[in-house]
Design a protein around this ligand. Structure first.
Ligand code: B1M
Length: 210
C-alpha cells in the first residue's frame, strides 16, 4: 500500500503511533510535507467525517482520529513553518465560542507562521469579547475565526459587530473559515474575507495586510 494511503488508514484506525511513524517515513522518502498533509492526514480525516455523518462510527472514534492527526501534524509542523520569512504582522486566531474543533484552526496558525505572520492563538471556544480585546491589546491587523458547526457560525457575526461597535473595524480586518463557511456567508455577516483552507488563508491575510 502506498505510504499516503497507509497514513490515512492508520489515522482512521486512531493509531497515533503508526501515524507519527509513517509520517516520518514519508518525509524520509522525500515526499513534500504539504502533500503528506493534504493526501495523507486530511484525506484520512475527511473519511472519518464521512463515516461519522453516516453513523458508521462514533464520537470516541473521532477523538482517537483527531489524536492521531496531531501525531502526524507534530512531525510536519516545523517543516511547514520553516517556509516563513520576515515577520509580516500579527493575526489573532481562534475557534469561536461553543466550538471545540481546533485542528483546522491550528493548521491555519502553522501555515500563517510559516508565511511570516505572528499568530496570537486564542485557542478554541473563544468568546467574541476575547477576540476584540485581544485584537486591541496586541495591535493585530487581522482577526481570524474558525467554525466547524453550523450552530456556531453566527458567533462570527457577533465578533464582526463588536469590532465595529468598538471602532476597530477598518483597522482590524476579519477573515473567517471552516467547513460550513462560504464566501457568501462571510459577505452576509460583514466579514472582510473568507478563506477555504489554510493555504488560501495565507493569500487572503497577505492581501488584507498589504
Ligand atoms: Co465534530 N463535527 N463534532 N468533532 N467533527 C464535524 C464538524 C461534522 C461535520 C461531522 C459530521 O457530522 N459529518 C459535524 C458538524 C455538523 C454541522 O454542524 N452541520 C460535527 C459534529 C456534529 C460534532 C458534535 C456536535 C458531535 C456530538 O457531540 N454529537 C461535537 C461538537 C463539539 C463542539 O465543538 N462543541 C463534535 C466533536 C468533535 C470532536 C471533539 C470529537 C473532534 C474535534 C477534535 C478537535 O478538533 N480537536 C471532531 C472532529 C475531528 C470532526 C470532523 C470529523 C473532522 C474535523 C477536522 O478536524 N477536519 C468533522 C467532519 C469534517 O469536517 N469532515 C466534524 C480536518 C481539518 C484539517 O479540516 O477543520 O475543516 P477543517 O479545516 C480546514 C478548512 O475548513 C479551513 O482550513 C482547514 C484545512 O486547511 N479552515 C479555515 C478551518 N478554519 C479556518 C479558518 C480560516 C481559514 C480556513 O481563517 C481564519
Amino acid at each position: 500500500m502506498e505510504i499516503l494511503t497507509r497514513i490515512g488508514a492508520a489515522l482512521q484506525e486512531g493509531d497515533d503511533e503508526a501515524v507519527g511513524r509513517l509520517t516520518g517515513e514519508a518525509l524520509a522518502e522525500g515526499l513534500a510535507p504539504r502533500r503528506i498533509l493534504d493526501e495523507g492526514l486530511i484525506g484520512g480525516m475527511n473519511a472519518i467525517g464521512e463515516q461519522f455523518r453516516r453513523h458508521e462510527l462514533f464520537l470516541p472514534d473521532v477523538l482517537l482520529a483527531a489524536k492521531a492527526m496531531y501525531a502526524g501534524l507534530d512531525r510536519l509542523q516545523p517543516l511547514l513553518a520553516a517556509e516563513g520569512g520576515a515577520l509580516r504582522g500579527k493575526v489573532c486566531l481562534g475557534t469561536v465560542r461553543g466550538d471545540l474543533h481546533d485542528i483546522g484552526k491550528n493548521l491555519v496558525a502553522i501555515m500563517l507562521r510559516g508565511a511570516g505572520f505572528e499568530v496570537v492563538d486564542l485557542g478554541r471556544d473563544v468568546a467574541p469579547r476575547r477576540f476584540v480585546d485581544a485584537a486591541r491589546e496586541t495591535g493585530a491587523l487581522v482577526v481570524g475565526m474558525s467554525a466547524l458547526l453550523t450552530t456556531t457560525m453566527p458567533v462570527m457575526k457577533e465578533v464582526v459587530d463588536l469590532l465595529r461597535a468598538e471602532g476597530l473595524a477598518g483597522r482590524v480586518k476579519t477573515v473567517v473559515g471552516g467547513a460550513p463557511l462560504s464566501a457568501a456567508y462571510a459577505k452576509e455577516i460583514g466579514a472582510d474575507a473568507y478563506a477555504y483552507d489554510a493555504a488560501h488563508a495565507i493569500e487572503v491575510v497577505k492581501r488584507l495586510t498589504a
